[in-house]
Design a protein around this ligand. Sequence first.
Ligand SMILES: [Zn+2]
Length: 128
Amino acid sequence: MGKTIRNTKTRTDESKYKSKVRARVAWKRFRERLKKERKVCELTLKPLSRNFECHHKDLDIEHYEMLVDDHFCVLNNTAHETIHYLYRYVCDGDFSILDRLSEILHSMYEINHAEKTEKTEKTENSGQ
Ligand SMILES: [Zn+2]
């Protein structure tokens, strides 16, 4: 198995370590296999972009080199950023952020589509 670099002290050390791991053939093969198998961004279900993220669900740096399928999620870039952004709130115990997100999105949809739906209905009715 690959060497584990221990005692990462700073963020810079940690990101250098992560880059080294991601430069390895084993990592690249793992990433490509997940892409072939999963095909789409696991949040948006859109096709994976060339620079998709192979996201570690296990955030423990000591486990960074453990290439276990179930501990990874393939995501396009914005989806990946969104997951990390929202996870900060979940980590702080704010699980209802997901309910609020859903409420906001549904409300936006209603505001922006209600009028269009009415118009479509009127057009359909006038045609009969
Ligand atoms: Zn990630």
